[in-house]
Write a protein that binds this ligand. Structure first.
Ligand code: ARG
Length: 477
């Protein structure tokens, strides 16, 4: 048997490349190489790209207006069929692009066969993924905004609530609950900035780069880019079809989002334990034990903490796919999609549920106030007090250190010492030291910019809200 394997009805090869081939594609290869099971998620972007491409071909006189109309009508129908679930995805047609193109030809004949003029799947897939990712970045950005709103809500609602601040997970100095919440607000703000920065490089149109070298047809790349809402076109055709930097950038921004969520999750898990008892998580977001009746487990933050691993893994996997890859397109690049899609799904669900959890958790004032008033959290304040009386800081530090060690031996706090006992530590100490050693005194003293003094935190909250509203408006362009 010689000649291409042709379909009877459409008078074209079964595979788009079938003209050159004499043998049928092995089933084993079809199964191995198909991507339609996951890239079918790109169908809307693929169809939008095809519409824009067809219109441009028509305007440039490369295909007729009648063909453009037929193509657009056919694509509309296909889109509806896919949305309704009536569309039959075929694994032997490999990917979303060939499935849709073949369905179009089956619907409208000749005109459908003209759509792929001046285009390749290489620039097509790059365009689809960029369009898809742009939309998903915007969706995740809105979810991050919800998370920020939850932090703002917590900060505002419990504005004056003190809690222990930690370093090395050891009680260090008193801070405000609101200050802690605003720390996460800032982390989330950087996450959003990173996404928006990455979006700029996602939002460029590679279509028209064709297979790798551009095309001889008189196409108008800018028109296609405009129609698809891109801010411009990519510069170099070889780079356009081989570039996946924008995916790596997104995956690394996503990894940092997860890093932040995992830090928060870890704290929520600790805080909701009996040992800390700092917060109460809403029942609806916890599970019990099938054997231990007393249990209330923080599954949500545990899962978020656990899912961080797969997002880091996805970043590593795409970085490794592009490593040492020769220009331009190589089939290796198909491996970008599952990592990308899984990351989008994971990050998005984690941000969403964390926002819900944060907005509905309640701090337990009793345990927080007990924790903040035991453990010498105001020892630094006593040293600062001595400094204000002229003692060099290092000396003051040593004096207070000795006092703390005595207190530990006796099982008391600094505040429980009498004024005589304190005077024995340093003759410079007077009655007013008790105010300095109080949690309120300690908090109020920390008036440096970005510090935890209530007046500073109030100002920070106002500034954060302003920035938050401004960013929301900017994102609406
Ligand atoms: N499914 C392919 C991918 O995701 C589309 C591009 C195929 N190009 C090719 N020359 N085989 O990368």
């Amino acid at each position: 048997m010689h000649g291409a394997v042709m379909t009877e009805r459409e008078n074209m090869p079964e595979k788009p490349w079938g003209g050159r081939f004499r043998e049928k594609t092995e089933k084993l290869l079809e199964e191995f190489s198909a991507s339609v099971q996951f890239d079918c998620r790109l169908f809307r972007q693929d169809i939008a790209g095809s519409r824009a491409h067809a219109r441009m071909l028509g305007k440039q006189g490369i295909i007729s207006q009648a063909d453009v109309r037929a193509i657009c009508r056919g694509l509309d129908e296909i889109e509806k069929e896919i949305e309704s679930g009536a569309f039959e995805w075929r694994q032997d047609l490999e990917d979303v692009h060939m499935n849709i193109e073949r369905a179009l030809v089956a619907k409208i004949g000749e005109a459908g066969k003209r759509l792929h003029t001046a285009r390749s799947r290489n620039d097509q897939v790059a365009t689809d993924v960029r369009l898809y990712l742009r939309g998903e970045i915007d969706r995740i950005d809105l979810q991050l905004a919800d998370l920020q709103e939850a932090f703002l809500h917590q900060a505002e609602k419990f504005m004056d609530l003190p809690m222990p601040g930690y370093t090395h997970l050891q009680r260090a100095q008193p801070v405000l609950w609101a200050h802690h919440m605003l720390a996460y607000f800032e982390m989330t703000d950087r996450d959003r900035e990173r996404l928006m920065d990455c979006r700029k490089r996602v939002n460029l149109c590679p279509l028209g780069s064709a297979a790798l070298a551009g095309t001889g047809f008189p196409i108008d790349r800018d028109a296609v880019a405009r129609e698809l809402g891109f801010i411009g076109i990519t510069a170099n055709s070889l780079d356009s079809v081989g570039d996946r930097d924008f995916i790596v950038e997104f995956l690394s921004a996503a990894s940092l989002i997860m890093a932040h969520l995992s830090r928060l999750s870890e704290e929520l898990i600790l805080w909701s334990s009996r040992e800390f008892g700092f917060i109460e998580l809403p029942d609806g977001f916890c599970t019990g034990s099938s054997i231990m009746p007393q249990k209330k487990n923080p599954d949500v933050p545990e899962l978020v903490r656990g899912k961080t691993g797969r997002v880091y893994g996805n970043l590593m996997s795409v970085l490794t796919v592009v490593k040492a890859l020769p220009l331009a397109y190589n089939r290796d690049l198909q491996e970008d999609k599952e990592a990308l899609l899984d990351t989008i799904d994971t990050v998005s669900s984690c941000v969403e549920i964390t926002a819900a959890l944060v907005s509905r958790m309640t701090p337990r004032k009793g345990s927080l106030s007990r924790a903040v008033s035991t453990g010498f959290l105001t020892a630094t304040d006593m040293a600062d007090y001595l400094v204000n009386k002229g003692v060099p800081f290092r000396e003051a530090h040593a004096i207070v250190g000795k006092a703390v060690s005595k207190c530990i031996a006796r099982g008391v706090e600094l505040t429980e010492l009498t004024i005589e006992e304190l005077k024995a530590i340093s003759s410079l100490i007077e009655e007013d030291v008790f105010e300095v050693l109080s949690v309120t005194g300690s908090l109020e003293a920390r008036k440096s910019s970005g510090g935890t003094a209530p007046s500073m935190v109030e100002r920070a909250l106002k500034e954060a809200k302003k920035r938050f509203r401004r960013r929301k408006r900017e994102d609406l362009y």
